[in-house]
Design a protein. Structure first.
Length: 312
């Protein structure tokens, strides 16, 4: 997916759901997250991996949510191929790949997906990939190469918990809950890597479920910096992310004025608006804002229509 022009991937909020919990899987279908991530990795007891695969595959076949992804185990994990064999035939929208060491891990995953799609009669290359690109130290150094991963690459996101373990760190945030320098670096490089690869960037999780102010601040900062959404670990976080990453009325109005000013100027590279010079990058940002707003409005309308038809 290109960062500009293709707004079909609207992922303001992606909610992790433990794959071995029937209760949490059932509840997740009622959450308004843009996508669910059914987890087969860190949130699942190693002794329950097989059971989790069965539950996730059954959930996918019921299709109770519009966008469902699966976090499998890492490409070098013994569980990885069994994860894929179990869930790909059930047609997830995408695979979340953890502990990525380099773009080669994504390319290896893509190579495994192709035969599974063909065997299941799934359209080739329709299963997308979302790498968690900073959970290993090697992965941080390899962030510049994701442009070669091909059309399956949907977005990039980053992680701090596994990275802090890899570094032997005692903490990854300071006393105020702000990221310490190594994790600020990983976050920034993920954002730059996504832009270089032409895909969106998603901000990582906030583990503090009590500090609502910190959650809102993290989301606002992420949107300001260029992330299009954020990973969630609790349903209560979803509405904050959906609201934060949606263009508001003032932003839409400002974007329309910029577009209108350039249209009136007929090909000019720079226009004056409200006493300020506005150039082509501002126009590009304005068009992106309007495209995202229109796509969200269209999806909201489709969901409302579907709800009415079910109710009627």
């Amino acid at each position: 997916m290109a960062h500009d022009g293709d707004h079909g991937l609207l992922l303001r909020s992606m909610l992790f759901v433990p794959g071995d919990s029937e209760k949490k899987l059932a509840k997740s279908a009622q959450v308004s997250a843009d996508a669910l991530i059914l987890d087969l990795e860190d949130s699942v007891d190693p002794l329950r991996k097989a059971e989790a695969r069965e539950l996730v595959a059954a959930f996918l076949k019921r299709r109770p949510a519009s966008s469902i992804w699966v976090r499998v185990n890492a490409v070098d994990d013994p569980e990885h191929e069994e994860d894929l064999k179990s869930v790909v035939p059930a047609r997830p929208d995408g695979i979340v790949l953890p502990k990525v060491r380099s773009p080669d891990d994504v390319i290896a995953l893509a190579g495994r997906l192709g035969p599974l799609e063909r065997a299941a009669g799934i359209e080739p290359a329709s299963t997308r990939i979302l790498p968690i690109a900073t959970e290993t130290a090697a992965g941080v150094f390899a962030l510049g190469g994701f442009a070669r991963c091909g059309p399956r690459l949907a977005a990039l996101t980053w992680g701090a918990e596994d990275l802090s373990v890899a570094l032997g760190a005692a903490a990854n945030v300071d006393e105020r809950g702000e990221w310490l320098p190594p994790y600020q670096l990983a976050r920034s490089l993920c954002l730059l890597a996504a832009a270089a690869a032409g895909v969106p960037a998603l901000d990582t999780v906030c583990l503090d479920l009590q500090d609502e102010e910190r959650l809102a601040r993290q989301a606002a900062d992420a949107r300001r910096d260029g992330f299009v959404g954020k990973l969630a670990i609790h349903p209560a976080q979803v509405e904050v992310f959906n609201r934060t990453f949606r263009p508001n009325v003032d932003e839409i109005a400002a974007a329309r004025r910029i577009v209108a000013a350039f249209e009136a100027a007929r090909g000019a590279g720079v226009v004056e608006l409200d006493g300020k010079m506005v150039d082509r990058p501002h126009l590009k940002r304005a068009r992106r804002t309007l495209a995202v707003a229109a796509a969200l409005a269209q999806r909201d309308g489709a969901q409302a229509s579907s709800a009415r038809s079910k109710g009627g």
